[in-house]
Design a binder for this molecule. Sequence first.
Ligand SMILES: C[S@@+](CC[C@H](N)C(=O)[O-])C[C@H]1O[C@@H](n2cnc3c(N)ncnc32)[C@H](O)[C@@H]1O
Length: 330
Amino acid sequence: MRIDVLTLFPKMFESPFAESIVARARAAGRLELVIHDLRGWASDRHRTVDDVPYGGGAGMVFTPEPLAPAIREVKGRDGHVVLLSAQGRLFDEAAARRLASLGHLVLVAGHYEGVDERVIETDVDEELSIGDYVVTGGELPAMVLIDAVARLLPGAIDAASLQEESHTSGLLEGPQYTRPPEFEGRRVPAVLVSGDHASIAQWRRAESIRRTVERRPDLLDRADLTPAERARLPRPAAKAPVRDADLIAAYRSGVGSYRIAARFGISPATVRARLRAAGVRLREARSTQRGPTAAEVVRMRATGLTVRELARHYGVSHVTILDRLKKARK
Ligand SMILES: C[S@@+](CC[C@H](N)C(=O)[O-])C[C@H]1O[C@@H](n2cnc3c(N)ncnc32)[C@H](O)[C@@H]1O
C-alpha cells in the first residue's frame, strides 16, 4: 500500500513513524509512506497556502491553489483522497479495514479554519473524523488513521491478535491477565489457568459481550452476535418518561407539535392532548407549505445565489425556488 500525506508540517510525521509497527511495515516494503510539504506547490515568494474567509470570520482557509493541483499530482490515477476533518464521518475499525484494502491513499491534513469547500467538492473522495472534538490540525488525525490502517496490512501483526481485538467483531475485548497468578491478593480468573481451551474461549466471549454491554451498549446493534447471544443480552434500560415541562418549554419556544412528537418519540396527538391538559393554548396549525417562504427566497436571491444554489441551501427542488420567486412577483 502507498499512502501520500499533504501537510504544512511534514516534520510532525518523523518520530511517530520511526518506531514500532508502522516503521516495520515500511521497512518490510508493505507500506510506502510519503509525506509532502504542501508549500512545495505554492508559486509565490511567501509560499502562501491560505487566505481570509469570504463573508468574514476568524482564521484562515486553505486556498484552492496550491491544494487542488497538489492533490491531483500525488493522487495520480488510483489515489483515494481522504480529508481529515472534524465534520467527516467517524473513522472506526470498519473504515480502517475498508481503507486497508485500497492500494493508494492520499491524506490531506487541514489546518487553521479548514479547506475551501470547492476543493472538497471536486478533489476529495471522503472526509473522516477521529472523534467529536476539534484538534489544531489534520496531522495527528492522519497519523491515527495511518497507524490503524497499517496494522491491518497483511503480515503487519499476528493475525490471531487482530482477531480477538476490540472492534474487530464490533465488540470490546474482555479483560487480560498475565503473570503473576496472584497480585496483592487478587487472583487471575481460575478458568484462564485451567488449560481447558474451549472453556477459556467461552469465558472470553462472554466477558467481551459483558464488557460491551457495560461500556459501549451503542455498539451492540451492529455487533457480530449469534441469535442466542443476542437473545441473552440484558433488556435496554427503559426510556425516561417524557415530562410535561419539557413538552411545554419546547412548544413555547416555537417548535411545532409534529417535531416535538418526533423528538420525544410520542405521537403528535399525545403532544397536543398533554399540552391542552396542562393548560397551554395551542397555536393555529401552520400552513402546510414546506420549505422557505417567498420573502426568504427573494432576500437570499438578492445576495447573488443562483436558483440551484438556493435549492441546495434550503434542501428543496429548484422548482420550489422558482415557485416562490413567482409568488413574490405577484
Ligand atoms: C482547527 S481545525 C478546523 C475546524 C473547522 N473550523 C470546523 O469547525 O470544522 C483544523 C484542521 O484540523 C483537522 N481536524 C480537527 N479536528 C479533527 C477531527 N476531529 N478529526 C479529523 N481532523 C480534524 C482538520 O483537518 C481541520 O481542517
